[in-house]
Design a protein around this ligand. Structure first.
Ligand code: ZN
Length: 294
């Protein structure tokens, strides 16, 4: 089964991003095994392709209600999450045997292709402020579609766990200074800090090649405490999932980038593969509230 017949020609080009990221077509096709395993692919939205046609924004779902949500590729200069999710597809097929999983691996393919943070309208593709009471309407068409999908298009169990894999390209904002290297996390949701999945992710990063950065201030003025920012109100889809859908823990992972390839992309992907394993835990310890398949 090949879902990618008819992708625009842009999808077969290697983006000139300086980090060696593969063409979009390779990422899209990496998820085909999910379809063979009985998962559904849902086209949540599209973005314009430079050469004409559209770039699909896809979600993958094995069953409802959803017990865990995996997100990548919201920002175009942060490819490690999408690539790690593409690499762990065989593991996700296995995890899907006992868990309802929702995968949204590359929410901003236009940004990935162009190596630009936001979407073509200059707004964050999953901005959720309109559903958090801070803006009268959605920031852009993708934000309307993506937030509408998680609110109304799929049944997510309250207490579902969320892992959103970002990176922090310090170099993209000249006025942004953040010394050092390594990772940090946002943890949001009721009881999220003491949830085993949060602890496992924190411990995983601590022992990784991108250990937690103990302190610092993000470009959004958030101060790290032992590498963690708790319950931020940043208008992201993570805040929406925690506050309006009842997900917990909602874990957002970041690692500091001082150039597109520093640290090297391959190393960041390896760390995120380990983070994914830690998020789920060993068989049987996955999530305290997860139920066996029926
Ligand atoms: Zn990001």
């Amino acid at each position: 089964m090949n879902a990618d017949a008819g992708l625009p020609a842009d999808c077969y080009l290697s983006p000139s991003s300086g980090d060696g990221r593969p063409p979009l077509s390779e990422i899209f096709s990496a998820f085909d095994p999910l379809l063979l395993a009985g998962w559904r692919a849902i086209e949540v939205a599209t973005q314009p392709a430079p050469s004409g046609g559209t770039l699909p924004i896809r979600a993958y779902l094995n069953r409802e209600p959803v017990d865990a949500i995996l997100i990548g590729g919201i920002h175009g200069r942060e490819p490690a999450g999408a690539l790690a999710l593409a690499r762990c597809v065989p593991r996700l097929v296995g995890r899907g045997g006992t868990l309802g999983l929702l995968l949204m691996p590359l929410l901003n393919p236009w940004g990935y292709l162009h190596h630009i943070r936001y979407g073509p309208s200059g707004q964050s593709v999953s901005d959720s402020d309109h559903l958090l009471g801070r803006q009268p309407g959605p920031a852009c068409p993708e934000a309307a579609a993506i937030t509408g999908f998680v609110m109304d298009g799929v049944r997510i169990r309250p207490g579902a766990a969320v892992l959103d894999l970002h990176e922090d390209p310090v170099y993209e904002a000249p006025e942004y200074q953040f010394e050092g290297s390594g990772s940090y996390i946002y943890v949001t949701g009721a009881g999220a800090m003491t949830h085993p999945a949060s602890r496992r992710v924190r411990d995983c990063l601590e022992g990784s090649r991108l250990p937690l950065v103990r302190d610092g201030v993000t470009r959004f003025g958030e101060r790290l405490t032992d590498g963690i920012i708790v319950d931020t109100a940043d208008g992201s889809i993570d805040e929406l999932l925690a506050r309006r859908v009842g997900c917990s823990p909602v874990i957002t992972v970041e690692n500091l980038l001082h150039a597109p390839d520093s640290p090297p992309l391959a190393q960041r992907v390896e760390v995120y593969l380990d983070v994914l394993e830690a998020f789920f835990g060993a068989p049987g310890e996955e999530f305290p509230c997860a139920r066996p398949s029926s």
